[in-house]
Ligand binder design. Sequence first.
Ligand code: TGC
Ligand code: FAD
Length: 394
Amino acid sequence: MAGKFSELDLYDLNGLLTDEERMVRDMVRSFVDSEVLPTIEAHHTAGTFPVEKLKTLGELGLYGPSLKGYGCPGLSNNSYGVAMMELERGDSGFRSAASVQGSLVMYPIWQYGSEEQKNKWLPKLANGDLIGCFGLTEPDYGSNPGGMITRARRTDTGWVLNGAKMWITNSPVADMAIVWAKVEEDGVDAIRGFIVEAGTPGYSAPVMHGKWSLRASQTGELVFQDCPLPADAMLAKSPSNLKGPLSCLTQARYGIAWGAIGAAQACFDSAVQYSNEREQFGGPISRFQLTQKKLAEMAVEITKAQMLAWRLGKLKDAGTMTPVQVSVAKLNNVGIACDVARISREIHGAMGITDEYPIMRHMMNLESVKTYEGTNDIHTLSIGRHITGQNAFF
Ligand code: TGC
Ligand code: FAD
């Protein structure tokens, strides 16, 4: 079993953080140690999420921590970041729950909603009284959401929504969904965001089964069959193209860039402890040069990831962070976390494949983290397009 967590901090990230950021980190670390880690392997094995903890995350202020007003904490972006890092040290499923609620459900309402929409939804989403989900991906449109088929048509009284979304985190337990749909405007298709309440006639959210990754996270579909929506269901200031959903993804991808460091730290820390305890050929395996090379390489990559994430948070606070900078951090930090998990598993030998250690759980989770919010390929192409001015997406 892994012992007490010891953070890797070669470049004094701790010293770069403000008092507020250290306080948030320590608070979430303590929550993860006492309320996530004791049961997470059992939930992962059973393929369940402890739904009662969704309310706790709200009470801890972890939904939209950097949003201001409407019951949101208004903390710095690096406070948001270190919170996601600590949550994902526990399990990517917890960070996912916080990412979706704060960045993909609350952010679009906060950024694009009317005052009425903000007042109605944000306080209850912030404190966890209500849970939301975000429907962008469709069965035939994942990396290319611009091709979506889901459509809202105007009626005399409002809208009628038809379509299907899949791979939707928390849809089976959500009270409402932010749904991106095509809308005809002056004979041209636009893409707009809608607030859709669970329980609307024609709305269903069946659970998706069979995942070997993010097992401690509820994933489902969203199906809309002639769903009647009120006239004010559309996000009042939603842009008319993909900028609406993509700007939400930017918020969540930022959190993932921090979160992945937490998963990497958990795998690294376990590898350090195990290599000092496990003896072969008359002594601990940590004395072998090959083991030290693996540990050193992991430490270097985690340190670089910490610096990228911290700098990104400062750019975000300054309001100058760009989507391509987020792509750099999401691509790099999730990529190194995957590598760290794999090397850590090697260091644990056969024990590394068991649930005695968190390694395989993180490794499996990280396959989803690498895929959602833009795959590694999509972020690579976004960076490539920025560098060359050439679009290689199609
Ligand atoms: P493109 O021409 O690049 O842009 C269209 C408009 O959007 C603006 N924009 C962005 N704005 C904010 N943030 C971003 N990241 C933005 N990227 C683009 C852009 O400026 C433009 O605006 P305007 O006003 O100039 O017209 O759009 P494109 O069609 O070329 O985009 C292509 C591509 C592939 C990059 C995009 O479609 C993409 O990112 N695809 C990946 C899809 C994806 O990430 N899906 C995620 C679904 S949600 C999810 O996975 C949740 S998991 C949650 C969890 O459990 O944690
Ligand atoms: P595809 O787009 O079919 O891609 C398949 C492969 O082709 C990938 O390797 C990809 O990189 C590659 N590829 C695609 N296009 C190109 C290209 N132009 N050039 C080179 N390679 C390319 N979505 C939501 O809307 N809301 C959610 O809450 C949500 N939660 C999720 C939770 C989990 C656990 C998972 C696994 C996914 C979730 N998603 C969610 C969906 C996620 O965003 C998509 O899976 C992701 O965007 C990729 O889409 P896809 O799976 O359809 O893969």
